[in-house]
Design a protein around this ligand. Structure first.
Ligand SMILES: NC(=O)c1ccc[n+]([C@@H]2O[C@H](COP(=O)([O-])OP(=O)(O)OC[C@H]3O[C@@H](n4cnc5c(N)ncnc54)[C@H](O)[C@@H]3O)[C@@H](O)[C@H]2O)c1
Length: 294
């Protein structure tokens, strides 16, 4: 039986971890955020304060909730300290299986009895991650979306070992965070990463074949299919290297349909990684607002 969740520990305070800590405090949970880098931890607390203030300014967050949430967040300088009082631990460290497995082993040793261990992985196997822990029924995927304060969805990933109690506890947490929750049986890429990888790969195949320009492919999906962003705008934001890694993993696990497109691979080899490198499908060398040259 899982205990009532009062305290949530978030491990990794990067793009996602800080957003998850925001959502946890927003939901009224005592929240402890930890990162291996003290600088990231400092940056993330500034980001969380700014995000709450912006929410209040835009009329999306009540000032009382912002004040309460701010008082609920603390930081910790080690994983052991961060997880000591937590009933739910969510890891958001980089997408590397070994790193995540090592953390799950630490959780297993030092967390409270009955605490739930969740991973925010975009595609990796939660079963593999929890292989070395003794409490596989309390391990689950909680896949949040970027930027967390604005994105409404959490994909809950249930392994063959995850208990219904664990699923129910995480659904409750998701709702208190103000999110909608979908449940998916563990499978590479879950729902969203798998579909999105295929759409993105197909867009590259069309660009490579000269069927349409990148601008027109983006425009078609936005205006014709009501996607908020075009596939190339999105991959430039996510990172072409990140997308290629995901496709390689899906290709290995799910088969031929997911073979990464040649043009995508070429761009990555040339260092065209997206906004973060100044050039992806589009060129950002003249500033943040994309110059639309491809
Ligand atoms: N960025 C996205 O859009 C996105 C969306 C959904 C899920 N994810 C997943 O979320 C996870 C994190 O991604 P991100 O984009 O936030 O990464 P990130 O690189 O922005 O942040 C990772 C953080 O983890 C810290 N870290 C590294 N090793 C650590 C350790 N052992 N203990 C504590 N902290 C450690 C790093 O210092 C860094 O601040 C990945 O699994 C990724 O696949 C990312």
């Amino acid at each position: 039986m899982n205990p009532d969740i009062k305290t949530i520990a978030v491990i990794g305070a990067g793009t996602m971890g800080r957003g998850i800590a925001y959502a946890a405090a927003f939901g009224g949970y005592t929240t402890v955020l930890e990162d291996i880098s003290p600088q990231m931890l400092e940056e993330s607390t500034r980001w969380i304060t700014k995000s709450f203030d912006e929410g209040v300014a835009r009329g999306k967050v009540d000032a009382k909730i912002r004040n309460r949430a701010s008082s609920l967040i603390t930081t910790a300088s080690s994983v052991q300290d961060a997880i000591r009082d937590a009933e739910l631990i969510i890891e958001a460290v980089p997408e590397e299986m070994e790193m995540k497995m090592e953390l799950f082993t630490i959780f297993d040793k030092f967390a409270k009895p009955h605490a739930i261990f969740a991973s925010n992985t975009s595609s990796l196997s939660i079963s593999d991650m929890s292989d070395l822990t003794v409490c596989r029924e309390r391990c689950i995927g909680m896949h949040f979306f970027n930027p967390v304060p604005k994105m409404k969805l959490i994909e809950l990933v249930k392994t063959p070992f995850t208990s219904q109690n664990t699923v129910d506890a995480c659904i409750k947490v998701g709702h208190r965070m103000g999110k909608e929750v979908v449940l998916v049986q563990e499978s590479p890429g879950f729902i969203t990463t798998r579909v999105n990888a295929l759409i993105g790969n197909e867009a590259f195949a069309m660009l490579e074949a000269g069927i349409a320009s990148a601008e027109d492919i983006d425009k078609a999906l936005k205006l014709g299919l009501n996607h908020p962003m075009g596939p190339f705008e999105l991959v430039d934001l996510v990172g072409l290297d990140v997308r290629l890694n995901i496709l390689e993993y899906l290709h290995q696990t799910l088969g031929e349909k997911y073979r990464p497109n040649r043009l995508l691979k070429e761009y990555v080899q040339e260092g065209r990684l997206g906004r973060k490198s100044g050039r992806g499908v589009y060129d950002y060398s003249e500033g943040e607002t994309a110059s639309r040259k491809t």
